[in-house]
Design a binder for this molecule. Structure first.
Ligand code: GDP
Ligand code: MG
Length: 201
């Protein structure tokens, strides 16, 4: 088994993150944890890339559709459809519009528990309810309520892989193998080496 320090996760700074001038702020959060940036590119994604990205996990549509219907019901509102797939199709259409509206930055971060820790620092999907101290909780105010009223995707600045298997599907979707770089940084010795050598004398 590969050492846990080689775990990788995909992060995308969405168009609103770039427009809000939060690129540095976002990258700082991951970098200061001790994670290592191993791939980076700026691009304007095509609708095809976005659609494929969200459909990499065959269960995603059903899950998002069900989650979305449940949140309408909880608010005492009528969902646009009772079919989770139809609801998810609306979410995907809105995501395509949102994610192709301007440049995005895709990156791969590497380190122990990279997937879990990036999600923790990023915060929950809905900025309104995302935790204090998280990027989505601290830097943006959008809610499902406003997004659904205006029939658009929720503006939450960032995409981050939700699980290790998701990361393993998403990274090759955005990067060729040679675009992900293996290299060392000195502070890895302090984070991971069994003994902390070369500090004294
Ligand atoms: P993430 O991994 O935290 O971004 O969340 P998901 O993978 O569950 O969802 C991806 C995207 O789908 C989100 O960024 C939202 O744009 C959209 N989405 C997810 N769940 C819902 C929902 O319940 N309602 C609406 N309107 N959009 C949703
Ligand atoms: Mg997700």
């Amino acid at each position: 088994m590969a050492h846990p320090k080689t775990e990788r996760t995909l992060v995308i700074v969405k168009p609103d993150g770039i427009q809000r001038a939060l690129i540095g702020e976002i990258m700082k959060r991951y970098e200061r944890l001790g994670l290592k940036l191993v791939a980076l590119k700026m691009m304007i994604p095509t609708e095809k890339m976005i659609e494929e990205h969200y459909l990499l996990d065959p269960n995603w549509k059903k899950n998002v559709g069900e989650k979305s219907i449940a949140s309408y019901v909880k608010k005492g509102e009528t969902p646009p459809s009772t079919d989770p797939i139809e609801v998810a199709n609306v979410v995907v259409a809105n995501l395509k519009k949102y994610m192709t509206s301007g440049p995005v930055i895709a990156m791969v971060w590497e380190g122990a528990h990279a997937v879990e820790l990036v999600r923790k620092v990023t915060g929950g999907t809905e900025p309104r309810s995302a935790g204090i101290g998280t990027i989505r909780g601290d830097f943006v105010l959008d809610s499902y309520q406003i997004a659904d009223t205006d029939n658009r995707a929720i503006r939450n600045l960032i995409h981050a892989s939700g699980s290790v298997p998701e990361a393993e599907m998403e990274i090759p979707h955005w990067f060729k193998p040679e675009e992900v770089i293996s290299y060392r940084v000195p502070h890895e010795a302090i984070l991971y080496d069994v003994e902390m050598k070369n500090i004294l004398g």
